[in-house]
Design a protein around this ligand. Structure first.
Ligand SMILES: *Cc1c(COP(=O)(O)O)cnc(C)c1O
Length: 186
């Protein structure tokens, strides 16, 4: 559709990118290549970074010096991003995220699908959501008290973004907390 209308297709991969959905970039799950995509957050292991990747044919849209930021592209953060990319590629991080995500999805479906509050479980790789039949925010504090940090998406979904290095033991702890908190339908 964007080609027909001669507009650029831009993907924001700040959260979905860098292995999160089980591929290096989420667009790979759909067989689509955007003209531009953004990345950030995880790619420098927690140091501040933002990246825009642009098709070569649009590479001259910015001339050097046109787009500045006080700390942009500083050597420390670039070294961290380089190390992050090396780990992503050399240690097969997207495959690992996909395998752990598949496992967690099976466990969540087994443990939570029958609960009265739960509408459905959805996700891709290690980006998952538990959609409830009611507002999710009251459950977020309860989950925190049970040792699990989660947030809300779209009002009724408990959003889970587990770390790629999560252990089986921590997965069990998370599922136990979810089961206990979401069993309470009051
Ligand atoms: C955090 C975030 C941004 C903003 O990233 P900055 O590096 O702060 O500009 C953009 N898109 C999504 C989806 C984000 O989560």
């Amino acid at each position: 559709m964007t080609r027909e209308r001669n507009v650029l297709l831009i993907f924001d991969e700040v959260q979905t990118g860098f292995g999160r959905t089980g591929r290096a970039w989420a667009f790979e799950n759909y067989g689509i290549e955007p003209d531009i995509f953004t990345a950030g957050k995880s790619i420098a292991g927690g140091l501040p970074i933002g990246v825009a990747v642009v098709r070569r044919e649009f590479g001259d849209v910015f001339e050097p010096g046109e787009h500045g930021s006080t700390f942009a592209g500083n050597p420390l953060v670039m070294a961290a991003a380089r190390a992050g990319v090396e780990v992503l590629v050399n240690e097969g991080v997207p495959d690992r995220a996909r395998a752990i995500g598949d496992k967690l999805m099976r466990i969540l479906e087994d443990e939570l699908n029958g609960l009265k509050t739960v509408l459905r479980i959805k996700g891709m790789g290690l980006m998952m959501g538990i959609e409830l039949k009611k507002r999710a925010d009251p459950y977020i504090d309860k989950l925190m008290n049970a040792g699990l940090l989660a947030s809300v998406a779209g009002g009724t979904t408990v959003r889970l973004l587990p770390p790629y290095c999560i252990t089986d033991e921590d997965l069990e702890t998370a599922v136990r907390a979810l089961r206990s908190v979401l069993s309470d339908s009051s």
